[in-house]
Design a protein around this ligand. Structure first.
Ligand SMILES: Cc1cc2nc3c(=O)[nH]c(=O)nc-3n(C[C@H](O)[C@H](O)[C@H](O)COP(=O)(O)O)c2cc1C
Length: 386
């Protein structure tokens, strides 16, 4: 039962969880989670840019009771954040996907299920008691995408996300160096990596080698090829997906105001501003830099989700102040699981929720829905008022 999970006593910060995860996981899989594109700077720049946003403390307000509940797509969640889609999560620790699904129930928040998840979309929907959103990449073979959308619709999914920022995959040096491929090829280097992390290796052997289960269960027998090109995806593809999917459609991986306008016009229900956690265009700006520009051009009512670089509850408040309606967390979840399994994940979420609530009170607010750019301290940012 998820209620019996005790928050890990080994973790006091997200940085600490990262260091613990680095010790516990085979290098190849820690690097897969932690790594970024090219020179690896953009994921740091994402968090650094969030840090640069300073908030203005407000005093002598009664902030005893604070509301963190947030509605998105007409559903009330307990917090303004959910879990970003991440493929192959069970590589971090056996049953990582299930831990995420259970935490989504415990916290009443959405969990995004990657097309390349290591648990089927059906099982994730069941375990999260309907709180799953399905994420898809659009491959050359659109039939597979349509098959997954049909499966999702049949089981009851209400939200589909299409990720559009990986038409071509940027080089990831660490994955290349470690020989990370799906399915794995085990040579002497990988063998040494597993042998020096026996707890991970034995638990993974015992639970079964993680596989991209939506592919394994595909009736069309699609094979997962991580580097497969999605280069021909274009506006016509978006039109086809929009007309095939009757539920809410989120387009993820948008950084350009010009694209955002067009995506809105094509009938998307929300946009997810994201640079894929710095795992795609190495030379892109930080995602938070793009957020207020996109908010400004779309107007204040269009639903906007944000991810990339969130490392604290304070970062969630910053993203909301910059124009996001909802925020998704990526790597910190995997650091928590890698550091101490389900207990580690619980602890990471407790840290984030605590910081979120405290930050809200210290900027003089009692309701997360009241956050806007007024809480930002620097005059420079006031220019970005929306
Ligand atoms: C290990 C890992 C796997 C990911 N897999 C996917 C995926 O399958 N689909 C997707 O849209 N984004 C994927 N992402 C990107 C995340 O959804 C999200 O955009 C990113 O992690 C946010 O940045 P952050 O980790 O710095 O918070 C992945 C990220 C990581 C770290």
């Amino acid at each position: 039962m998820s209620e019996n999970i005790k928050p890990s006593k080994k973790i006091y910060s997200i940085d600490e969880a990262r260091i613990l995860a680095k010790k516990r996981l085979p290098k190849m899989f820690f690097d897969f989670v932690d790594g970024s594109a090219g020179d690896e700077k953009l994921s740091e720049i994402n968090s650094f840019s969030l840090d640069q946003i300073r908030l203005e403390p407000k005093v002598l307000r009664n902030v005893e009771k604070r509301n963190l509940k947030k509605k998105f797509f007409e559903v009330e969640y307990n917090y303004p954040f959910g879990f970003a889609p991440m493929g192959m999560c069970n590589l971090t620790w056996p049953n990582a996907d299930k831990m995420l699904a259970k935490e989504s129930v415990y916290n009443n928040i959405p969990t995004c299920v990657s097309m390349a998840s290591t648990t089927t979309l059906e099982k994730m929907y069941e375990l999260s008691l309907g709180r799953s959103w399905l994420q898809l990449y659009i491959f050359q073979d659109e039939n597979f995408v349509m098959e997954l959308l049909e499966r999702a619709e049949k089981i009851g999914y209400q939200v589909a996300i299409i990720t559009v920022d990986v038409p071509i995959q940027f080089r990831r040096a660490k994955d290349d160096k470690n020989g990370f491929t799906v399915p794995f090829k085990i040579g002497p280097r990988q063998f040494f990596d597993f042998a020096t992390h026996p707890i991970w290796s034995l638990s993974t052997l015992f639970s079964g080698i993680p596989k991209p289960m939506n592919y394994v269960t595909s009736k069309k027998g699609n094979k997962f090829v991580r580097s497969e090109s999605r280069g021909s995806t274009d506006w016509e593809t978006l039109k086809r997906i929009r007309s095939a999917w009757k539920g809410k459609l989120v387009v993820k991986g948008v950084m350009s105001p010009e694209d955002a306008i067009k995506i809105k016009e094509e009938g998307a229900d929300a946009i997810q501003v994201s640079n894929h956690g710095g795992r795609q265009l190495e030379s892109a700006t930080s995602a938070i830099d793009a957020l207020p520009l996109i908010r400004k051009i779309l107007g204040k009512d269009f639903p906007l989700i944000f991810d990339s670089g969130i490392r604290s509850g304070g970062d969630i408040v910053r993203a909301l102040a910059f124009g996001a309606d909802y925020v998704m967390i990526g790597r910190p979840l995997m650091y928590g699981i890698g550091a101490d399994g389900a207990n580690g994940l619980r602890r990471i979420l407790d840290i984030i929720k605590g910081e979120l609530s405290t930050t809200l009170g210290l900027v003089g607010l009692t309701d997360i829905n009241k956050i806007n750019s007024d809480i930002i301290a620097e005059k420079f940012f006031k220019d970005l008022k929306y």
